[in-house]
Design a binder for this molecule. Structure first.
Ligand code: BYC
Length: 475
């Protein structure tokens, strides 16, 4: 079904045929807009931003580009096309028709999953709200705003599910999405990483690489859900998500490239000299990788999780690419290798596969992160610079799971508090590192085609436009 843009809320779910639901969502809409006004990007409401808007859910040609004032972005509700006669692919209900309504016994579990997912979307907009003022280029500014409006749309996606399938408590949860705020001591966002600040553009690129990638894996496993509306919603969200991770992969790559250029120009590998020339030295980049990777690993939950086992057994949340995996899709008698803490050592042990589905998803994620690291390392190789990034050990700097209560070094040793305290500033960005990175980004670069000194230009523009295209026009 094509998307109807004549309606107040663009949608492909035939909203006009359900007046009660339409009215409820139209009631929520001004609250969302007020939230956007107060918590979305500051000060750019009148700017013309060259944004893409979804116009269909086909893989080919699903988006249209044009200048938009962000508050007038057409946030809508789009589900991927239904798969005819879709069946549940895993868990105790395997082989049964996918649910079109919420099964009573799974209602609260499903609501909780949707709320947790939905909560991250506005959280990230809040985290990024000040970044526009220090953008390295109009190209980057436009990409930031594209991500922001799409995270807003992803909130709409979850709010639609809450309104359409969970009655009064769904509506209450939808309101609460706008009441919790990132970093708010009284009403924080649900997951840890979404209460961290995104204070500078390096953090933003790292966030879109590491944390949006958690989004990819969580959405992919929800896209396997036996509850069909969730599956279809998440499938379409993944289409938009790809660009967010592209910003992360290429963003970090552009920083690395600029740093390597500076190192070659000055024929130096001394971090202080790189900094003096306005670049971000490679050891500092490694520390940012360590931080964002470890914080994002926490988002997969505990290694051994009865919650996750229950989601799986119920058919609510599957594994990454569930249908491509060759096993019984029940997992009751299978084992999976999990890194566990035994006294003061990290050891691999076989655990029940069902209890380990969080860890399996984390493994898929780790492998995907490594691909990015390899791409960045190629830049250094090309410049013949003897430095390689490394993902730290999965136990490093964790707040959730077996390693939450111990200190683990990046190379995977359980260490004492004293050693941690002595070395932490070499492993994670120190206050000084953060202040330095911030000091490079005190002013926005807003001349078309110009880029800040600390980052290389991208390989190409957006939608075939040149790099000096005015992606954002200030009015
Ligand atoms: N922070 O059994 P466990 C995205 C809690 S990102 C705080 O392991 P479970 C995006 C947990 O709630 C993707 N608390 O939990 C990216 C539980 O509490 P109870 C977001 C945490 O349920 C960028 C207890 O610890 N989507 O889309 O298996 C920009 C036991 O843990 C955390 C989703 O997360 C944490 N990190 O796993 C924009 C998908 N981890 O029961 C967007 C939906 C665990 O003791 N969520 N806890 O009260 C889920 O699937 C699961 O809730 C989780 C947690 C995977 C997050």
């Amino acid at each position: 079904m094509s998307i109807n843009y004549a309606e107040k809320i663009p949608n492909n779910v035939n909203l006009a045929n359900d007046r009660t639901l339409q009215r409820a969502l139209e009631h929520w809409q001004p609250h969302f807009l007020q939230w956007w006004h107060e918590m979305g990007p500051t000060d750019f409401e009148k700017a013309d931003v060259y944004l893409r808007t979804a116009v269909s859910v086909d893989a080919e040609g699903w988006a249209q580009y044009g200048a938009v004032h962000m508050p007038e972005y057409r946030w809508g509700i789009f589900l991927a096309d239904a798969v005819p006669d879709r069946k549940i692919d895993f868990g105790d209900n395997i082989g049964q028709p996918a649910w079109q309504q919420v099964p009573g016994e799974y209602r609260s579990t499903l609501r909780r999953l949707i709320v947790t997912q939905g909560d991250t979307e506005p959280a990230s907009v809040e985290q990024q709200r000040l970044l526009g003022h220090s953008c390295p280029s109009l190209y980057d500014l436009r990409n930031l705003f594209q991500v922001n409006v799409e995270e807003g749309r992803h909130l709409w996606a979850m709010v639609y599910l809450l309104h359409a399938y969970f009655g009064r408590d769904g509506r209450e949860e939808a309101e609460a999405m706008l009441e919790r705020h990132s970093g708010d001591p009284d009403k924080p966002r649900i997951l840890g990483a979404f209460n961290e600040k995104t204070p500078d553009w390096l953090s933003y690129y790292m966030f879109t690489f590491f944390t949006d990638r958690d989004g990819k894996y969580q959405l992919s496993s929800l896209a396997e859900s036996g509850f069909d509306p969730v599956a279809r919603t998440c499938r379409f969200m993944l289409t938009e998500e790809a660009h967010h991770m592209f910003i992360g992969t290429t963003g970090v790559m552009r920083v690395v490239t600029r740093t390597c250029e500076i190192m070659k120009e000055l024929a130096t590998d001394v971090p202080a000299k790189v900094r003096a020339a306005g670049g971000i030295d490679l050891p500092t980049l490694q520390k940012y990788i360590n931080f964002h990777y470890s914080v994002s690993l926490d988002l997969f939950g505990q290694e051994i999780s009865t919650n996750a086992a229950n989601y799986y057994t119920a058919g609510l949340k599957g594994r990454f690419e569930e249908t491509k995996i060759d096993d019984d899709h029940l997992l009751k008698n299978d084992t999976y290798k999990v890194t566990m803490l035994e006294e003061d050592k990290l050891v691999e042990a076989d655990q029940n596969a069902l209890l380990a589905v969080n860890e399996r998803l984390r493994d898929d994620y780790v492998a995907d992160c490594q691909i990015g690291i390899d791409r960045w390392n190629k830049v250094m190789k090309r410049y013949k610079i003897d430095f390689q990034f490394k993902l730290p050990h999965r136990g490093f700097h964790r707040a959730i799971g077996f390693c939450a209560d111990v200190k683990v070094s990046p190379d995977g040793r359980v260490i004492t508090e004293a050693e941690w305290t002595r070395k932490v500033n070499g492993w994670l960005p120190s206050e000084g590192d953060r202040a330095f990175v911030k000091s490079l980004m005190t002013k926005a670069v807003t001349e078309p085609g110009k880029f800040a000194n600390w980052v290389a230009p991208p390989g190409r523009g957006i939608d075939g436009k040149p790099l000096d295209f005015p992606y954002v026009r200030f009015n």
